[in-house]
Design a protein around this ligand. Sequence first.
Ligand code: F6R
Length: 617
Amino acid sequence: MCGIVAYIGPKDATPFLLEGLARLEYRGYDSAGVAVTGRTGGLKVRKVKGRVADLAAVVPARFKGTTGIGHTRWATHGVPSDANAHPHLDGAMGVPPAEGGGRIAVVHNGIIENADELRAKLAADGAVFRSETDTEVLAHLIAAHAAEGAELEDAVRAALGKVVGTYGIAVVDAEQPDRIVVARNGSPIVLGIGEKEMFAASDVSALVRYTRQVVHLEDGELATVRADGFRTFTEDARTTHRQPSTVDWEIDSYDTGGYEHYLLKEIHEQPGSVERTLSGRLDERFATAHLGGLNLDARELREIRRVKILGCGSAYYAGEMGAQLIEELARIPAHSEPASEFRYRNPVIEADTLYVAVSQSGETYDTLAAVQEIKRKGGRVLGVVNTVGSAIARECDGGIYLHAGPEISVASTKAFTSTVVAFALLALHFGRIHDLSPADGRRIVAGLKALPGQIREILDQSEAIAELAAGYADSEGMMFIGRVRGYPVAREGAQKLKEISYVHAEAYPASELKHGPLALISPELPTVALVPDDELLDKNLTTLGEIKARSGRVVAIAHRRPEAKLADHCILVPKSEPELDPLLLNIPLQLLAYHAAVALKRDVDKPRNLAKSVTVE
Ligand code: F6R
């Protein structure tokens, strides 16, 4: 999704802007641009369809300024093109303002919903539009107020007062080069505090090389950023007082660390990220989990009759695994639903239901909107979130941070696993308040503690899985099947394969195969089957027999190798407790998808058409 960077200080802004944009590449984008200004006046702007490297290639050495903004765009209004790339100006590029050139430059994440209406009014007043974007409307609106002599912050506030929609923006004015104005409404903006210099970005990953001191703006908040500090205020000009926080993620978390791709690195980081999710949260004495951030005591938890989990994509599938864990361990009805659907169906909000929002980024707009809808109706929401201080984390009444570390690759792997571990902790905590016996509690605690070592055992099979993946990568599609606990694993496995390898993949409950999809089975459509050694093993083996009888090829992910006549290949996974098995069964599927994508020479970390955090509707 779109990315924003901004710099003001004594140095040349351009190197920071280009490096910051490169740091945001992982979010997915199709064009990039920068604008700088400074004491010498005037705006310098370069923008291109393509990569940040393409932008850097057209930025000349004389492109200097002490105040600058940059952007990576993911097209929403208008095709990817040089003209539609940000920054957008109120006048022509490369021409002095007095001769019809722009003085205001704006970069914007989000969507202005009333852009068409505003554009028509501005055009009637003589504004000339040079792009198809909604953002250009903002540049003209701000310029109209600035032309009347308004301070930049007042011009931005006045312009935003006319706008309906979501935005994270950064604005520079060639006539007021001593400041950058940023604003947030539904799309993140973080300020970075340096030594006599200041930064801003849509994501801390662009800032961590320069500063660890950050301020996350709230929705409806703006900031004037100068080289020597910042001032935050509301849309009606009331000053707000924000204390900086310290980013604790390590700088090398943002590098590939010698791996060929971030995705492979993040898959291999899982023993450590799971350890961090568990760290300090297991209580062996009472065979339970401590989750300090829930902000709910045992009495309040006992009053909960239902759990509803909301998330999008892989976060929703992790929620499905979470729902099963809660039902099994706490015997409380639990259900996961896509947040993107929930928010549009006028949901009934119940006082005795606990709502749980799941998000790696903490910025997914659909999930945030679902949280806001629940809270507006008086519901109680917990967040299971990776990014500290993110919008969803701040909107929730309490929650569990994953501590998985930054996830750069677009496809979620380590955050997915840590989310399920967090749900296991929640289910254990809930269970032990209800009727889960101390013996079962101890069983789950031991199972959780063993996970990092067991994940390592699976990762050791990476090379063998690569060979297997290469043999299946040119299939016309793949079927993923699992029963009950295995079904969300199948769904996540199919999601991972399709998003990074572009091989069509479908997930079905194994029990449903004979009710329709069995018609698809042929040697061209192999099946990946989750076959844990649990109470449903015999049923799963029968399903494998049905597939083999139709000449289907089978890859079994299993605790014990099925008979050769039932599976062409098998990836063995160490056994955990039955409730925790899905966590481990999922790891080979990550490797399978990764190696299939590599075999097909896909852009593994930045799959086509996708973005890391989807901050628009
Ligand atoms: C899949 C994937 C997406 C995200 C989804 C939610 O690999 O990464 O499906 O899981 O867009 O993102 P978050 O968790 O940031 O809310």
